[in-house]
Design a protein around this ligand. Structure first.
Ligand code: FES
Length: 368
């Protein structure tokens, strides 16, 4: 490899590392800052995401048992994202952080993005793929705290930091006293870079152990400091989010239960009393024909907007977000107009399937 290419390659993964580190740290802080993420009745909560995942994920048999642990699971995900992001950004425990990032992304892919359509709009698969080069490359020596620690340890032990210099193997052979007629006299074997006792042999020099010991002590101290900073950052962000955010407490949606054995009448299939959907609120129900979750919102007195609540992106269940008067998906944030079901933001490729729900003269709601 030419020397210039070797030097440049050390920078090649730095932009990716900084992007992933910043994104994961931001994602973790955002979860702590948003009170609705931990509020079980909010349509954008971790609870809503787990409920959706329990319905559509290939791991649904496992996820269904985790719904009751939504808050600790959400906190664990947020802490993991923050720790992985911080370690990746500052360049410490880099391979471990990359493995954690890839594992978390793959888990999120299996739970909330598995059915994303088209598949590349599910960001978790993209993040998983993006972490893999960092898993393979391991430690980066550029803009990295690990490299600073190593250099400082070497300086304290009065040893220069070993530098990696690219030299063509033909050059090594030309200068090697043991190279003769394609063979290595020292090994009595064919000459090859993988067997070379100079290139691959024990490289421990006097002072290396001292450098290693200092580096381990400094790295451990730095990791503890970073862990403390992550914990403090999480607490400060959570408090600030609750003081400044003012998201308001969401109202838990009702659930309409059709009377047992309700048959289709001229008005449609009875869903339940209209009084269970007060103005400005929503109620969930099960669509009798498909078994899909449905949602009905009484936007203004006597006006009921109803939809198949399955998000067309990856199949999560949308909920009514009264603060913005939108139907929102907890998995990747798609937003839909209450009046039409039209998608206004997010990766959903199209709007929600509209249903017709009317209030009958008996005060009950009917699905046409
Ligand atoms: S499932 Fe992805 S936005 Fe709804």
């Amino acid at each position: 490899m030419p020397l210039r290419a070797g030097a440049l390659s050390e920078w090649a993964l730095v932009p990716l590392r900084l992007f992933l580190g910043a994104t994961f740290a931001y994602a973790g802080l955002q979860k702590f800052a948003n009170p609705n993420f931990f509020n079980g009745v909010s349509p954008i909560s971790i609870h809503a995401q787990l409920v959706a995942a329990a319905r559509v994920s290939p791991l649904h048999a496992l996820v269904v048992h985790l719904v009751g642990l939504a808050t600790p699971i959400g906190a664990t995900i947020a802490i993991a994202e923050l720790a992985i992001g911080a370690a990746t950004l500052i360049g410490i425990l880099q391979r471990a952080a990359a493995i954690g990032g890839a594992a978390l992304s793959f888990l999120l892919f299996l739970t909330v993005s598995f059915h994303a359509t088209p598949y590349y709009t599910g960001a978790d698969l993209v993040f998983f793929s993006a972490w893999l080069p960092l898993v393979l490359a391991g430690r980066s020596s550029r803009l990295s705290l690990s490299a600073v620690i190593e250099a400082r340890s070497a300086a304290e032990a009065r040893r220069p930091v070993p530098e990696v210099v690219a030299i063509a193997f033909d050059e090594v052979r030309a200068r090697c006293g043991h190279y003769e007629a394609q063979r290595c006299r020292a090994l009595d074997a064919p000459c090859a870079s993988t067997h070379c006792p100079v290139l691959a042999g024990p490289a421990t020099a006097r002072g290396d152990e001292e450098v290693d010991r200092r580096a381990v002590v400094l790295a451990t101290a730095s990791t503890v400091l970073v862990g403390g900073a992550v914990a403090v950052g999480a607490v400060v962000t959570a408090v600030a989010g609750r003081v400044v955010g003012g998201a308001g407490a969401p109202i838990a949606p009702n659930t309409l239960h059709a009377p047992p054995g309700a048959a289709r009448t001229a008005l449609g299939v009875e869903l339940g009393p209209a009084r269970d959907v007060p103005v400005g609120t929503a109620a969930n129900f099960t669509i009798p024909v498909t078994g899909d979750p449905g949602i009905v919102v009484q936007a203004s007195k006597g006006v009921f907007d109803a939809y198949d609540a399955v998000c067309p992106h990856a199949g999560c269940t949308v909920g009514y977000y009264a603060q913005s008067h939108l139907l929102v998906c907890p998995c990747h944030g798609s937003q839909f107009l209450v009046a039409t079901g039209e998608v206004v933001a997010g990766p959903a490729p199209h709007g929600l399937a509209k249903l017709t729900v009317l209030e009958g003269p008996d005060g009950n709601l009917y699905l046409k």
